[in-house]
Design a protein around this ligand. Sequence first.
Ligand code: NZQ
Ligand code: ZN
Length: 388
Amino acid sequence: MRNFVFYNPTKLVFGKNTIDKIGEYLKKGKIKKVLFLAGGGSIKKNGVYERVVRSLIENDIEKVEVWGVRPNPVLSKVEEAIEVAKKESVEAILAVGGGSVIDSAKAVAAGYYYEGNVWDFYLEKVRPKKALPLYTVLTLSATGTEMNGNTVLTNERTTEKFAFGSIVVYPKVSIVDPEVQFSLPEHQIVNGAVDAISHVMEYYFDGAENTELTDRIDEGIILTLIETTEKLLENPKDYEARANFALSTTLALNGISGLGHKGGDWASHELEHAISALNPEVAHGAGLAVVFPAWMEYVFTKNVEKFAKFGENIFGIKDDNTEEVAKKAIRSLRNWYKKIGAPITLKELNFDYSDIDNLTEIACKHAPFGELVKLEKEDIRKIYEIAY
Ligand code: NZQ
Ligand code: ZN
């Protein structure tokens, strides 16, 4: 196990009817005026907007609204929101929505105090020193952004989808009320499951050794996600399944799942970000369902034992031949993705074989990447070929 420092400053407020408390938490934080950031309108259909507004009114909190953050969020919307935040001198950002809204809110919170363009943070030219306090109401469990310091944004002017992580953008308070996710369409449940499973796997397969406890936590998260996803696809209003699913996605990327690790592999995430940068219609989870198993196929011989352990503990595969177990593990994961309706090939995402050049070029902007295996350009191309 590696040495580590674990610190997570986000207060997680979890459970039924917690949304109605958002105003109280803002008041406790001495916030009087917020920038209210939201997506395309789902929160108006499922009653979340009304409940948040009521709670703000009850606690005398003023708001300025900015709408229109889209899935695979873009820089221009963040720039617009920063201007509004500055003009209106807000004291905090209140993000109400899924990962895209919360990630954009992190950019606005840090961009508020920065004179240059916020994209500089994503290019790692500078690190943010300060940010407005961020409060979130999560409506889609998938990314873990409600309890971490990461943000992913697309610069539509350069077709780059980059991320940065900073302690200053961890949410102060995040409300996760699983009931409001009853309105999610099936494919968003599937995307969320694949994304969260991938977050855990990024750590699980980074090559760290002697991480027994973390491995068991990780296997527990994955097994819970598998079980609850199946239950939710049967009955989307199963509260207990929804709640266990939601908690699993938060724990998948709030630091717990990587304790004592090497920081994670993250190659599959790099490979996916190129996919959704090139085609913003592709959801992050869908892209991961395609590239993660392809990455596994390409690298599993570098750590056969660990891939076999995954196969045994997640899918109950038994075989004296370790390599066989590892191979079956990858096959089982793909089959499960297929069973829940996730795409498993680039073709299903409407890419042509000729797009592999483009994807490779885009992904290479960050190459070499990966912890278990450092992927160079040729490796990247080969993985996309496997994924095709
Ligand atoms: O925009 P609205 O109308 O709100 O609709 C959204 C959106 O269309 C809808 N939705 C959200 N909550 C709903 C709902 N529909 C019905 N009922 C509800 N309760 O769902 C759609 C997708 O939302 P989005 O926020 O884009 O999804 P997700 O949470 O999966 O976020 C994906 C983004 O997060 C990034 C991804 O790359 C992608 O850009 N990631 C962020 C990470 C992080 N910050 O730690 C890590 C991840 O690896 C990931 O890269
Ligand atoms: Zn992800």
